[in-house]
Design a protein around this ligand. Structure first.
Ligand code: ADP
Length: 556
């Protein structure tokens, strides 16, 4: 049998429309479009007027991911293409890829098979430079801090208590902890520093949650960079560099327009990870898409315990909209892994393991219902799925009164998502009782406990001594009335990556609580989660190259 084409091969065979045509069809006026070549453009949100009522939002989430792959972006793109085929006015809103996973193991973020956004290689590499701008703004702030200390430290910043870190958009474990300023007085004040990956940075979060340029500046000004020798917080506004940082971000802040393989408009903007950050594309992108379309299909990262939880409790709360429908992507392969099957043993029918692993899906369904929304499962078909396995999932859904649609968008594009699109359309007009799960005025401990018990299905939460100290300080400064951004492994509903399926009776440990006042949330670190990932032994980079005509090779 012929080897199926790779994502890159399919994408590079695509005949793209000029981006001006995509913009015109989406109702974007010409003066709002800033072209980056023939197939990419930035949209000036100030020049977009609403076409009517703001679009309804369809959120795509997933079961707990396994190395088998769920295809969340693939289904998100395929669903948008299916709605487009049904003549709906739809825009898909996605996150920008990070080069860490592109070079590492997980791959790009442009979907797969015949459900992709293009130009795939541009989007997965440097795109329109937003990640560069965010990295630069972040590191400019680091430079301003170190220069301030070097020039006499008028703010009395304690170099040992700086919480602002440098960033780069690559998995680089060697930079997690560094010492800077060595070499004598001319080289600055020596101190410990460290690097996070750009997509975990507060600048990325600020960028994604800001609702206007003025809001962006205000949020940047509110970032806490560290503490003085008297243990008082030091803000970006104390350094008076919020204007410069806003300037570095001003063009990046405009959402990017591209297209799917079927010519559906796609807005791709902002890309925080969902395990160590809040995992949703920018509010600017979603709101711009809502002005243009009747339906916006968007995705939040990893399983519903991470991206969707933060979409509901952080992004939707901030932006003031609600999801009108939620799709949970599941695959038979992944469910079998949750039922105890090893990745190497996935080929071959195994209904008992599937039925055991389905408890992971059951929990994600319950979670979405807890938010007041009735989910639809998208069963993303792989060619290895057997009829008996498909039957088993459909029967389970019928017995448990869960809506489900089989999707085949990877093989067929939008056509393979028509059944899902029909189901989504049928719920869009139903009222739902969406509400975030906690009130921001509750104590930090209560908010975290709610997430652990209602979303993760755990027994309780405990805090390390360090976390307790940090919480006391956060309360002292009156910062405790912010939503929580959990940093947790994506593989398990618990904080232990090896506990697949539906673990029960576990207690989640909060190691640290870090204030992110610019983003407007408190990050709670659990387990061994790292804000700077490492590369695997055989990174995807080993397969990559460029052919003599200058085209990418081996980019998935
Ligand atoms: P996620 O968003 O969940 O991380 P992606 O949509 O990025 O997943 O898909 C991950 C990889 O899996 C992509 O390379 C994609 O081509 C592949 N993939 C997705 N769905 C299927 C499918 N039904 N059959 C085969 N491969 C698939």
């Amino acid at each position: 049998k012929n080897q199926p084409l790779s994502d890159l091969e399919i994408a590079s065979q695509a005949v793209m429309k000029p981006i001006i045509d995509i913009a015109k069809a989406a109702g974007i006026p010409e003066d709002a479009l800033e072209q980056y070549g023939r197939y990419k453009a930035k949209i000036d949100p100030l020049k977009i007027t609403a076409h009517g009522e703001d679009a309804k939002v369809v959120l795509v989430t997933a079961i707990s991911p396994t190395p088998a792959g769920e295809g969340k972006s693939t289904v998100t793109v395929g669903l948008a293409d299916a709605l487009h085929q049904l003549k709906k006015n739809v825009v898909v809103a996605l996150r920008e890829p990070s080069l860490g996973p592109v070079m590492g193991v997980k791959g790009g973020a442009t979907g797969g098979g015949y459900a992709q956004v293009v130009p795939m290689e541009d989007i997965n590499l440097h795109f329109t430079g937003d990640l560069h701008a965010i990295t630069t703004a972040n590191n400019a702030l680091s430079a301003f801090i170190d220069n301030h200390i070097h020039q006499g430290n008028a703010l009395n910043i304690d170099p040992r208590r700086i919480i602002w870190k440098r960033v780069m958009d690559m998995n680089d474990r060697a930079l997690r902890k560094v010492v800077i300023g060595l070499g004598g007085p001319v080289q600055g004040m020596p101190r410990e520093d460290g690097f996070d990956i750009t997509v975990a940075s507060e600048i990325m979060a600020v960028f994604c949650l800001a609702t206007s340029i003025d809001d962006l500046r205000e949020r940047l000004a509110s970032i806490v960079i560290g503490y003085t020798f008297d243990r008082e917080p030091v803000f970006v506004r104390d350094l008076q560099v919020q204007g410069a940082l806003t300037l570095l971000l001003k063009d990046a802040f405009k959402p990017n327009l591209v297209q799917t393989l079927e010519g559906t408009p796609a807005i791709i903007h902002g890309g925080p990870f969902a395990n160590i950050a809040h995992g949703c594309n920018s509010i600017m992108a979603t709101q711009t898409a809502r002005k243009l379309a009747d339906i916006v299909v968007t995705e939040a990262g990893f399983g519903s315990d991470l991206g969707a939880e933060k979409f509901m409790n952080i992004k939707a709360r901030k932006a003031g909209f609600k999801p009108s429908a939620v799709v949970i992507v599941a695959t038979i392969r992944a469910l079998k892994m949750h039922g105890g099957v090893a990745k190497t043993a996935l080929v071959g029918e195994n209904v008992p393991a599937l039925l055991q692993g389905i408890e992971n899906l059951a929990k994600h369904v319950e979670t979405i219902r807890t938010f007041g929304v009735e989910p639809i499962i998208a069963l993303n078909r792989f060619i290895t799925d057997t009829e008996a396995e498909l039957e088993a999932v459909l029967n389970w859904c019928q017995e448990n009164h869960v809506r489900i649609a089989r999707t085949n968008v990877w093989e067929e594009g939008g056509k393979g998502g028509l059944a899902l699109a029909e189901q989504v359309l049928s719920v869009l007009d139903e009222e739902n009782n969406f509400s975030p799960l906690y009130d921001v005025t509750e104590s930090i401990e209560e908010k975290v406990r709610t997430i652990v018990q209602k979303v993760y299905g755990g027994k309780d939460v405990q805090f390390t001594d360090q976390a307790k100290k940090q919480m006391a300080q956060i309360e002292k400064f009156g910062w405790d009335t912010l939503p929580i951004c959990m940093a947790k492994t994506q593989y398990s509903l618990s904080d232990q990556p090896s506990l697949l399926g539906r673990p029960e009776g576990f207690t989640v440990t909060i190691r640290e609580v870090i204030p992110k006042l610019g983003a407007g949330f408190l990050v709670c670190l659990t387990g061994d989660i790292m804000t700077m990932p490492g590369l695997p032994k055989q990174p995807a980079a080993l397969r990559m190259d460029v052919d003599s005509e200058g085209h990418a090779v081996g980019l998935f």
